[in-house]
Design a protein around this ligand. Structure first.
Ligand SMILES: [Ca+2]
Ligand SMILES: [Ca+2]
Ligand SMILES: [Ca+2]
Length: 458
């Protein structure tokens, strides 16, 4: 299977590049749901499944990916230093890879552990000049729980849990863990009206393909005022593009507030690690006592920003496992019948980009519509993020989700990692997702297992 698929994959890209005629076998193959990332799918079911470059990268592009890979792994340190200086003065973590572990997802801290791959966005009520969240005076747009020697972290965070006990219709109980955040040791008192949004690091593979989906495709799924009356709206977010200096369709982040992978990457260096760049030339702590207030040169070169962005653009998507097993196929039918596919759209096709044929014209299976949905008050962070309100979250892609445990060693899902299993993630769905959740609630244990088997095959 593996070898055959790779060879056929090679045919597909050759055909795309030279527009040769498709024969039936290829056509059938291009419909094949095993290939979650189209021709840019990899056949690794192990712990490294999220960490492969696109199998088809022409010319010196693989080299750029490799340079970006080193940048993604690099541990930043206090300046001056010969290698990777510029960390801080305040930061959440020291490298991209320490949050996006093995290019996969982060998790909330275990009891007694410090928070590392979960971060807290902050804001004051209102919006800034770009329509985005208003920075919280004295703390900015994000809480940094670490600081360089001799400087004070902004605050530390403890997470406590309460538990909701609920029941499937067949009487089987399930439990939802509700996180409660306690902010401790703030370096100055928190201003009144503080809003916060906890978010775990999502996986970073397949993102170049999602960036290549035409805007029209995503907008065609939108039905903001539910004109067709199916209970599902779907709303595009428009974040602010700091280079174009205007709102642009958002795609990345849990609320789809980031328009491009480059800006997302520059933003991560800036807020998560304290590394300035041409995108964000001032330290996140600028104006706070942690910063020296001097305006230095960018700590990150444009060429490294380019390479690390290219790295996340060209991480391949793992192939599905057991996609044709009867249990999995029945699980997919249940998934569609439950209405999951109204938001977790099975497939999309990327647009044509002559400068980047590797991402062009690929039928991909992300299981997302890239739009915001009202997920109800129980999942709300009560904080706006451009056009997203507190209840609204972007449908996360489900591709590769069945490999989470293997790659990341845990089963924590949703924006703040509160769900401890795939089923718990489903049972948290409210708002527009409530009807789907209730459908699952009335399933037999056998059918619930089939639904999970399908998700685990993604
Ligand atoms: Ca810095
Ligand atoms: Ca801050
Ligand atoms: Ca609708």
């Amino acid at each position: 299977m593996k070898l055959k698929s790779s060879i056929l994959g090679a045919c597909i890209i050759t055909c795309t590049l030279s527009s040769c005629t498709k024969n039936d076998e290829l056509l059938q193959y291009s419909e094949n749901e095993w290939l979650s990332g189209g021709a840019q799918t990899v056949f690794d079911q192990g712990a490294g499944a999220f960490s492969h470059p696109f199998p088809y990268l022409s010319g010196d592009k693989l080299r750029v990916h490799e340079i970006g890979d080193l940048g993604f792994e690099a541990t930043f340190v206090t300046a001056p230093a010969p290698l990777n200086p510029g960390l801080g003065p305040v930061y959440n973590n020291v490298s991209c890879a320490s949050c996006h572990i093995a290019d996969g997802r982060g998790r909330p801290p275990y009891p007694g552990e410090q928070m590392k791959s979960l971060l807290i966005r902050l804001s004051a009520p209102g919006t800034d000049a770009t329509g985005g969240p208003l920075p919280l005076p004295g703390f900015g747009g994000q809480l940094q729980q670490f600081a360089l020697a001799g400087r004070v972290p902004e605050a530390t965070v403890d997470i406590l849990h309460t538990y909701l006990n609920r029941y499937f219709d067949d009487g089987t109980g399930y439990e939802l863990a509700v996180p409660e955040y306690q902010f401790l040791n703030p370096y100055i008192p928190f201003p009144a009206g503080m809003q916060f949004s906890p978010r775990v690091a999502p996986p970073v593979f397949g993102l170049g393909l999602l960036e290549a989906v035409p805007e029209e495709t995503i907008l065609a799924y939108a039905d903001e005022h539910d004109a067709d009356g199916d209970g599902i709206s779907g709303k595009p977010n428009y974040g602010y593009d700091v280079i174009k200096q205007r709102p642009v369709l958002g795609r990345f982040g849990w609320k789809a507030a980031q328009p491009t992978l480059k800006q997302q990457t520059a933003g991560a260096y800036h807020e998560d690690m304290g590394i300035t760049s041409s995108y964000f030339p001032y330290e996140s702590a600028y104006g706070q006592p942690q910063d020296d207030g001097l305006q230095d040169d960018s700590e990150l070169t444009d060429s490294l920003l380019h390479a690390v962005t290219f790295y996340v653009q060209t991480l391949a998507v793992p192939a599905r496992r057991n996609a044709d097993a009867p249990k999995v196929m029945e699980g997919k039918t249940i998934f569609m019948n439950a209405g999951c596919g109204s938001c977790h759209r099975p497939s999309m096709t990327t647009g044509v980009n002559v400068a980047f044929p590797e991402i062009s014209n690929q039928k991909i299976f992300p299981y997302s519509d890239m739009l915001l949905h009202d997920m109800g008050s129980e999942l709300s962070d009560n904080r706006g993020d451009y056009l997203a309100n507190g209840n609204e979250w972007r449908t996360p892609p489900l591709w590769g989700i069945g490999l989470t445990k293997l790659v990341n060693g845990h089963n924590y899902y949703l924006h703040d990692g509160r769900a401890r299993s795939l089923m718990e993630a489903i049972m948290w769905h409210g708002g527009e997702g409530a009807a789907s959740r209730d459908y699952v609630k009335q399933l037999s244990a056998d059918d619930r297992a089939k639904l999970i088997a399908f998700l685990e095959s993604l």
